[in-house]
Design a binder for this molecule. Sequence first.
Ligand code: G3H
Ligand code: 13P
Ligand code: NA
Ligand code: ZN
Length: 328
Amino acid sequence: ALVSMRQLLDHAAEQGYGIPAFNVNNLEQVQAVMAAADEVNAPVILQASAGARKYAGESFIKHLIQAAVEAYPHIPLVMHQDHGQTPAICQGAIDLGFSSVMMDGSLMPDGKTPASFEYNIDVTRQVVQLSHRVGVTVEGELGCLGSLETGMAGEEDGIGAEGVLDHASLLTDPEEAAQFVKATGLDALAIAIGTSHGAYKFTRQPTGDILAISRVKEIHARIPNTHLVMHGSSSVPQDLLEIIRQYGGNMKETYGVPVSEIQEAIKYGVRKINIDTDIRLAMTGAVRKFLHENPEKFDAREWLKPAREAAKLICKQRYVEFGCEGQA
Ligand code: G3H
Ligand code: 13P
Ligand code: NA
Ligand code: ZN
């Protein structure tokens, strides 16, 4: 059944686990997440970015997620809008039937320029007001995602302008977080601790100076009753990179967020963990391998099946690792 995110995160806090929030764009990804959740009896957060709504189209995204609710009536499911850039976009998602929205006021509507604290409070408070009236959950973000190594926001190809974000905006300040939560009344807070979107997060296995799990603990100590959210939390498994490289892909050396670090963060209030890239890597590796080994095949279902299976496997792993097993 479709539930609010608040319901799921409150339960996760009571029981001390975290819920992976998987980005979905198409049928196979929705099926993969649902099959994984069903196998381990886990609650589900399906999230759609602006890019997902543009790729699939609003009606397709809406009905793909509603199809998941219908096909798995016993699984509690949140339909979440990822990185809403304006209150109007959040209102549009609510009109479409989303049960949870993210107002990302850490950036201006261009999605690039860091916003002021006052701007962020203003737009987030607006979204809380229009959402809570209709039982929709709100995630806000304070601090900008980006690499403490380079100051980069994170790029698809690992090539980007360095030093666009200053050090202070790359780490959420605990005192500001407390003010922000109080001023907005939001349900969940995304924090910046050195992670970034995409495959190119760290140039080496991250240590505490570039992945600040200690900051999670400081924020949680200041606002123990606020659900925390980690974005950019793909682990970028080396074995998936290897499969992609082995079958003709070109991916540079790179490292993600180790699962053990996420497990540590879950002990300190992190309840929602955003994952997109790991699913992309799993599907791409599986498709490359299948087509390489079966050059005569041309039925899309034949190569989408191993892609869907690989996505399911990674989702199931994360459900188990974050403690979701049996929590649905
Ligand atoms: O916010 C980042 C997610 O990975 C979504 O990516 O905007 O390419 O759909 P996207
Ligand atoms: P990854 O790129 O690490 O999967 O992060 C996804 C995310 O944060 C979506 O909002
Ligand atoms: Na989100
Ligand atoms: Zn994100």
